[in-house]
Design a protein around this ligand. Structure first.
Ligand code: NAP
Length: 253
């Protein structure tokens, strides 16, 4: 194996929602591979900064609420001012709202779609425009879900958004692959983060889920690092429009 294929030295990755959870795990993994990180968060990402700097990489913090597309131009500008360019974009920020479809509110629909799908698309668009203008390779990694493949229970807007992420990843690849931009997605299985706290605290649902995971355990944020480094690196240059499940075997059942 040529480890240089996975080397991210001198690269810069924008990662949304990396102050905790899966985004933090991927920031740490990319930094270990030599990548500088631009963390886009609503709140401070101090712990992530410490992890990235401990790995010997640089961390730029940008405060932004991706509930709207308004901060996108500034995210790109600040990244370019500080690092000169962005090579990798990981669209990780995401929220979930749980209620029956019969009583689901328009607010819970719009809030989730705005962060999980609309901002993901328009940030990808801004990133792709910059790569094409500067004639540079680019790597887009969208964070999908098991609910990109399955219907889910009591999460209508989340399922719509994550099914949309899988489709949009293919669409981006169809348009941008020939311009040197790889658009792919990672579909995490059931991972122990804030996003799944309600499920893990529900003894019945938690048991049902755990019994169905062939690996026999919830995933951890570090479990995404390998897939993220692969899709961010030259090792995946001919991989386009793919959604890679990192799910302890969930989809194999
Ligand atoms: P998490 O711990 O709740 O992290 C979500 C991240 O998104 C946080 O950093 C959060 O920041 C950020 N975020 C939310 N709304 C935002 C906004 N409006 N603007 C900017 N940042 C915002 O959950 P996670 O599990 O790590 O989730 C990360 C991604 O993985 C999400 O897209 C999620 O849907 C997906 N995913 C998770 C699982 C799982 O089992 N955990 C499975 C499949 C997919 P704040 O602190 O500001 O809220």
């Amino acid at each position: 194996m040529q480890t240089t294929l996975f080397d991210l030295s001198g690269k810069t990755a924008i990662i949304t929602g990396c102050n905790t959870g899966l985004g933090q795990g991927m920031a740490s993994g990319l930094a270990e591979a030599g990548c500088n990180i631009v963390g886009v968060n609503r709140r401070s990402a101090e712990t992530t900064r410490q992890l990235v700097e401990a790995a010997g990489a640089q961390f730029l913090e940008i405060e932004a609420d991706l509930g709207s597309t308004a901060p996108i131009a500034e995210i790109m500008q600040k990244t370019e001012q500080h690092f000169g360019k962005a090579d990798i974009l990981i669209n990780n920020a995401g929220i979930i709202r749980r209620a029956d479809a019969l009583s689901f509110t328009e607010q819970d629909w719009d809030d989730v779609l705005d962060v999980n799908l609309k901002s993901l698309f328009f940030l990808s668009q801004a990133f792709a425009q910059a790569c094409i203008q500067q004639q540079r390779r680019g790597k887009i990694i969208n964070i999908a879900s098991m609910l990109s493949f399955q219907g889910g229970i009591r999460v209508p807007s989340y399922t719509a958004s994550k099914s949309g992420v899988l489709g949009l990843t293919r669409l981006m690849a169809n348009e941008w692959a020939s311009q040197g931009i790889n658009a792919n997605a990672i579909a995490p299985g059931y991972m122990a983060t804030n996003n799944t706290e309600a499920l893990r605290n529900d003894p019945d649902r938690s048991k049902e889920i755990l019994n169905r995971i062939p690996a026999g355990q919830w995933g951890n944020p570090e479990d995404l690092a390998g897939a993220a480094v692969f899709l961010a690196s030259d090792a995946s240059n001919y991989v386009h429009g793919h959604t890679l499940a990192v799910d302890g075997g969930w989809l194999a059942r």
